[in-house]
Design a protein around this ligand. Structure first.
Ligand code: GRF
Length: 212
């Protein structure tokens, strides 16, 4: 299964995928190409350092969202991408791309969706005062971070957390969860019934995370 990763930022989730792939821990998933929309982002440097194929599509070079989407779709098709992974990709995908990859686009979100969608999820969690947050890997649909949930990991919010400490604790879980889901999708172990996705063969965690 050819995986195209799209990123815009620091690319630590991309790096987690690269590291797993290097250890042959992604099953049949192959990192085929990395696309970025921010020409100087660290994610691009990480992809190049791993000798992956890359493309840069700077959204500011396009006159509207639709023309950007067309170019993105063409780039993914040119590499025969089967599965798209949004790893910190800060653009919303339009209907044509969504239709081209039905239940074939994953996103990692740094909160337990449907809580705290959009940007600054850690700040939203701190402002709301929740005791537990986490991360979610979900299928991308035409909502913002509200697609079908494939997997989630919970992370405690500590009394002395700030945005940075909470971000780091959530990121550590993201780096574990995203590669595991990519592998499960590639191994065709993700089964969707209605809104519910089951990951076949997943080991039950068997622990309740309590805040007190
Ligand atoms: C992650 O927190 C991810 O959940 C969110 O954007 C951030 C990307 O971080 N969608 P990185 O670029 O993978 O380091």
């Amino acid at each position: 299964m050819n995986v195209g990763v799209l990123a815009s930022g620091s690319g630590t989730n991309l790096q987690a995928l690269i590291d797993r792939a290097a250890r042959n821990e992604l099953g049949p998933a192959r990192l085929t190409v990395v696309g970025v929309n921010v020409p100087d982002c660290v994610a691009l440097a990480r992809a190049k350092a791993a000798a992956l194929q890359t493309f840069v599509l700077d959204h500011r070079d396009f006159k509207n969202r639709n023309s950007f989407d067309q170019a993105l779709l063409a780039a993914l098709r040119a590499r025969q991408v089967d599965l798209v992974v949004l790893a910190g990709f800060m653009r919303i995908l339009g209907p044509e791309i969504l239709a081209a990859f039905p239940q074939r686009i994953l996103n990692i979100h740094p909160a337990l969706t449907p809580a705290f969608p959009g940007v600054h999820s850690q700040r939203q969690a701190l402002d709301f005062g929740v005791k537990v947050t986490g991360c979610t890997v979900h299928f991308v649909d035409n909502t913002v971070d509200a697609g079908i949930v494939i997997a989630q990991a919970a992370v405690p919010v500590l009394d002395d957390d700030d945005e940075e400490t909470l971000r780091a604790r959530v990121l550590a879980e993201e780096h574990r969860l995203l590669p595991a889901v990519v592998r499960a999708v590639a191994e065709k172990r993700v089964v969707v019934e209605g809104r519910r996705a089951r990951v076949l063969g997943a080991k039950p965690v068997g622990e309740v995370l309590r805040s007190l």
